[in-house]
Design a protein around this ligand. Structure first.
Ligand code: ADP
Ligand code: MG
Length: 336
């Protein structure tokens, strides 16, 4: 008979990492979300070799206290929720307390952080029995991940080319840039600067990320109904191109892939857009956090609405109404 044994902690984390750390871009997403949750107003991203060799995030957020650095790297340790009640109305991007531990189990991770008011920074390497060492940093946190999957070669084989992995990383940065126009963001890959975004209003930021062309060819969406609001842009059906333009849908500031909203969009465009074209949209749906469950999957790109019918109808009607309205000569992006 096979005997039952508890798995070692490292292996438990490596198994859990399979759900959160799919590729460099998923690490990057988790680290960026942490920087935003820490109240950062400026975030720099440095990548090497598509993020496989290096992901370094520098932020100006609240920082981590010296004696909490080690805790931040352990599983199920979080500063963001303390009760089931919090979980049911979570207002932060993170809450599972798993990302850093997962990343630390499949890559070389280090945290350097200076808590507000501290006289200097501390650095902790994510290795067993490592101790914080004094470090130089003006404020905020630097999270550095090197050599993704160095200890899990089977996983490494699933990585795609450097350019593909980089493209996914750039996408992750763009999505966050869209939801948080108030935050300055820069991206560097292999020493080359890809973009430097200054804080902007929402319309400006969307134009920065998705292009003036998209804004010029899109209808401005604004709708409110009870606990639901929808804002953003949806491509004018007569201006849609064959290019596979992106569909960016955010629920309470979180990028999601949602079947309900996707279906509502297809329906709203059904009679006005030909063939199998995906309408390009950038939409921000806001809803009372108590009416949406974000704890569906560890990667948190899925949500479950308490009343999905109401969400479907709301999105469908808001888009359909806007697309049916006559085009105004000057539809200047308002969304400030
Ligand atoms: P979660 O985000 O779900 O809480 P993580 O494993 O991503 O879990 O992070 C663990 C904890 O480490 C966070 O709750 C937070 O307190 C701290 N932390 C992580 N990154 C940062 C950062 N950039 N600035 C400040 N604190 C951070
Ligand atoms: Mg997190």
């Amino acid at each position: 008979m096979p005997t039952i044994a508890r798995l070692p902690d490292l292996l438990i984390s490596q198994i859990a990492a399979g759900e959160v750390v799919e590729r460099p871009a998923s690490v990057l997403k988790e680290l960026l979300e942490n920087s935003l949750d820490a109240g950062s107003k400026a975030i720099q991203v440095h990548l090497e070799e598509g993020g496989v060799k290096l992901i370094r995030i520098t932020d100006d957020g609240c920082g981590i206290a010296k004696d909490e650095l080690a805790l931040a790297l352990t599983r199920h340790a979080t500063s963001k929720i303390t009760s089931l009640d919090d979980l049911e109305r979570v207002g932060t991007l993170g809450f599972r307390g798993e990302a850093l531990a997962s990343v630390a189990s499949v890559a070389r991770l280090s945290l350097t952080s200076r808590e507000r008011g501290a006289s200097h920074a501390w650095k902790l390497r994510g290795e067993p029995a490592a101790e914080p060492e004094p470090a130089a940093l003006m404020a905020g946190t630097v999270v550095e991940m090197r050599d993704l999957y160095f200890n899990t070669p089977a996983r490494r084989k699933f990585l795609k080319s450097e350019s593909t992995e980089f493209a996914h990383c750039a996408d992750a940065v763009r999505r966050l840039a869209l939801t948080r126009p108030d935050v300055a963001l820069s991206l560097t890959h292999n020493g080359r600067s890809l973009f430097q975004l200054a804080p902007a209003d929402a319309g400006r930021r969307i134009a920065d990320i998705l292009g003036e062309e998209f804004i010029g060819a899109a209808r401005n969406i604004e709708a409110v109904s009870g606990p639901l609001t929808l804002a953003g842009f949806a491509i004018d059906p007569t201006r849609a191109t064959d290019a596979k333009d992106g569909q960016y849908v955010f629920v309470n500031g979180r990028f999601v892939r949602d079947k309900i909203i996707g279906h509502a969009l297809r329906e709203a465009y059904r009679d006005v857009l030909h063939g199998s074209r995906q309408p390009a949209v950038c939409l921000f749906l806001n809803i009372d956090p108590a009416l949406v469950d974000v704890n569906v999957h560890p990667a948190k790109t899925e949500v479950r609405f308490r009343d999905s019918r109401a969400v479907h109808q709301f999105v469908f009607h808001a888009i359909q109404r806007t697309l049916a309205a006559p085009v105004r000569a000057e539809t200047a992006p308002s969304l400030a």
